[in-house]
Design a binder for this molecule. Structure first.
Ligand code: PGA
Length: 261
């Protein structure tokens, strides 16, 4: 099955709503200039919550094909949860995707696999696609247990989801030691774990699901290394942090087909 590559820019806690509007517009112009074919690569930006409305306004106004989503969602549908944002609120703003279980959420907010699974469920409830993040910290990589560790996270998250839902999920493998460090995993490292994720999805839900789910790599992806990573058979896209804050650089990442691996 042909899986459409997905390039998702995780802006993290950067840019106010005016800067967000400017960045989306610049990205659009960069891609327009290059006659970008959105049917070949899906382009998604993931701004902070407060930037979603202005992102919606500029993407709608110019009928851009750039999609957008949020970086987190509450497990609860509504109620007395001060500071939280529900799936319904995000869906109403036109979000297509929600990142769940990013390592920074796991590390700073103690999110567990079960909670991440419930967040994925909440995203599906709002008819959005969860981008489910998994990946090992440095000591685990050094111990050689990275595949087992990452698959255990995957099992914990997907225990909350039926096969019907799982088939539409996106998984992002992000080794924690490669996030924001400039320390990119080699293309072979990325492929090793992304392939193992696909095999495990097959064991959990069957071949149809495993062939359909897109598995992204994330961690210091740049225009200069994206082609080699995307050349791997089990890598279907990238979750890009720092490099997605530069419109020209992120546009070059989205245009990885034009690069030589
Ligand atoms: P980075 O972040 O590209 O800045 O390493 C990736 C991520 O955290 O999603």
């Amino acid at each position: 099955m042909a899986r459409t590559p997905l390039m998702a820019g995780n802006w993290k806690m950067n840019l106010d709503h005016l800067e967000a509007a400017a960045l989306v517009q610049r990205l659009y112009w960069e891609l327009q200039d290059a006659n970008f074919d959105y049917s070949k690569v899906e382009v998604v930006v993931l701004p902070p919550f407060t930037d979603l409305r202005s992102t919606q306004t500029v993407t709608d106004a110019d009928s851009m094909h750039i999609k957008y989503g949020a970086q987190d969602v509450s497990t609860h549908p509504d109620g007395a949860y001060t500071g939280e944002i529900s799936a319904r609120m995000l869906a109403k703003l036109g979000c297509s995707y929600v990142v769940v279980g990013h390592s920074e959420r796991r590390q700073y907010h103690g999110e567990t696999d079960q909670e991440v699974g419930q967040k994925a469920l909440a995203a599906f409830g709002g008819e959005m696609v969860p981008i489910i993040c998994v990946g090992e910290p440095l000591p685990v990589r050094k111990s050689g247990e990275h595949v087992a560790y990452t698959l255990a996270q995957l099992d914990g998250v997907f225990a909350e989801l039926s096969g019907e839902l799982a088939r539409d999920a996106v998984v992002a493998y992000e080794p924690v030691w490669a996030i924001g460090t400039g320390e990119v995993a080699t293309a072979d490292d990325a492929e090793e774990v992304c392939a193992a994720i696909r095999v495990r999805l097959g064991e959990l839900f069957g071949g149809d699901v495993s062939q359909r789910v897109r598995v992204l790599y994330g961690g210091s992806v740049k225009a200069s290394n994206v082609a080699g990573i995307m050349a791997q058979p089990n890598v279907d896209g990238a979750l890009v942090g720092g490099a997605s804050l530069d419109a020209a650089e992120f546009a070059r990442i989205c245009r990885f087909h034009d690069h030589v691996a």
